[in-house]
Structure formats: C-alpha cells, structure tokens
Design a protein around this ligand. Structure first.
Ligand code: DX5
Ligand code: ZN
Length: 246
C-alpha cells in the first residue's frame, strides 16, 4: 500500500488565526493540510473560498514535489466544481478533490449541461484539473457506491485517472460527527483492486476509529476534531501514522 499521509482538517482550527494554526499543525507532524470548502448548496454549511486559501498558503511552505509535505488538499463540497479550479490553482491549492455527485448530477441536470463551462462530467473534470497543473481527487458521499469510479480509475488515458479517491465516513458538512464504519467496505473494495491508489477517509477519524480504517486499506487520513481538540496534537498525528504503517 502507498505511504501513510496524515491530513489534519483545518475546519476544526480557529478561523480567526488560520495561518498560525496551519503552520503549527505542520510543525506537529502533519503531511498535508485538508482544506474543507463548503458553498452552502452542495452541503448545508459555508466555510471560505480561494482568497482565504491564498492567504493561508503563505504560512505553509510549498511542497518540494507533488504529494510532498505541505500539500493543500482542497475538499470541494461545492455544487459547481469545474467553475473554481483555476481560482484555487492560483490560490495555491495542490490537490483539487471534487464530489462525484456534484459533477455527475450537474451534467445530468439538463441536456445542454455538458457544453456549458461550469458543468461537466467527472472524466472531463479530472482531465481539466490535470490540465490546470493540479492533482485530482474524487470524493464519494456515503450513499454513492465505488462502481461509478471504475471508468475513471481504469481509463486508458492517464489524464483521466484521479490521483486520489476520498471515501467520506460521515455525511459531508460538519466536523465532529460520528464515524460510519458502514463505509469501510468501499475502502476495502478499492484497495483490493488498486494496491497503489491513494485512498483518503474523512469524517470521525481519531484514535478510536483509525485501526478499522487502516485495516480496510485507507492511507490518507483526515482528522479535524481529533487533532485540533487534542491536548497533544503531535501525539495524535503520530498515533494515526503508526496505525496506518503497522
Ligand atoms: C466534513 C469535512 C471533514 C471534517 C472532519 O464535511 O469534510 O473534513 O472536517 O471533521 P472530523 O474529523 O471532526 O470528523
Ligand atoms: Zn473534508
């Protein structure tokens, strides 16, 4: 399996001092920063957009290479994922992870949808993200099965293949929710078919749930409240890492 990547979710940081919180989290041993972007449409909550990402980027060193330390893993919980790729690239995003449900449903909504710029289908969107020089991720909500990903992951064209799949282990929208173990068979199925794929899990991860997720085959671990709410965040980060590496 690919290496462990621990990505604290800054949704649980203090938004009034995001830059300092991000820098400190990196010092505490984080590999990536997981940046939750919510638009109030795709999910019933709003966080922040590209201008804020551009400001916090200045507090975290750019990764020396793609997938490296300091990677900005932007989890786009937004209804129009294609529309914001360029903006986020300019702001310093490294990995743009869109929700399959958003790309798919907006493409299916109207017959002319595929030809308008803000709407697309998942394959074209992965290609577009790569063309913009970013890593591409595809996220699935709890209700969405992994079969929809086969076409992407097995595309003959590498530009259409995502660099990471995110399996949500809560309904997206809020931090601090209860982990849904019911989503782990999706992780297992992906790991069995794709030994080298980066598989991220997000929602309710912490010392009490990490072993299940790691055993299922997840290697990119998001944790918001478990890291930011800890007495000793560095200890939690290293515990998460050792669970994945054991
Ligand atoms: C939820 C977000 C998560 C959230 C996780 O919609 O995608 O990244 O911050 O928070 P915890 O780890 O507290 O469940
Ligand atoms: Zn997230």
């Amino acid at each position: 399996a690919p290496k462990a990547i621990i990505a604290p979710s800054i949704l649980s940081a203090d938004f009034a001092q995001l830059g300092a919180d991000c820098a400190r989290t990196m010092d505490q041993g984080a590999d990536w920063l997981h940046v939750d972007i919510m638009d109030g449409h795709f999910v019933p909550n709003i966080t922040f957009g590209a201008p804020v990402v551009a400001k916090i980027r200045k507090h975290v060193d750019r990764p020396a290479e793609k997938h490296g330390r300091g990677t900005f893993d932007c989890h786009m919980m937004i209804a129009e994922p294609k529309k914001w790729v360029r903006e986020f690239q300019k702001a310093g995003c490294d990995l743009y992870c869109f929700h399959y449900e958003a790309a798919f449903s907006s493409a299916a909504e109207s017959p002319e949808a595929k030809t308008t710029d803000a709407r697309t289908n998942p394959k074209d969107l992965v290609r577009y993200i790569h063309d913009c020089g970013l890593l591409a991720g595809v996220a699935l909500k709890p209700m969405t099965g992994v079969d929809v990903l086969t076409e992407l992951l097995e595309s003959p064209d590498p530009k259409e293949r995502p660099d990471m799949i995110l399996i949500m282990t809560v309904e997206p929208g809020f931090g601090g929710q209860k982990f849904m173990a019911s989503e782990l068979p999706k992780v297992q199925a992906l790991r069995k078919k794709y030994p080298d794929l980066n598989i991220e899990v997000d929602g309710g991860l912490g010392p009490g749930t990490i072993d299940q997720a790691a055993d299922a085959g997840a290697n990119v671990i998001v944790a918001g409240s478990a890291v930011f709410g800890a007495q000793d965040p560095a200890e939690v980060i290293s515990l998460l890492r050792s669970s994945v590496e054991k």
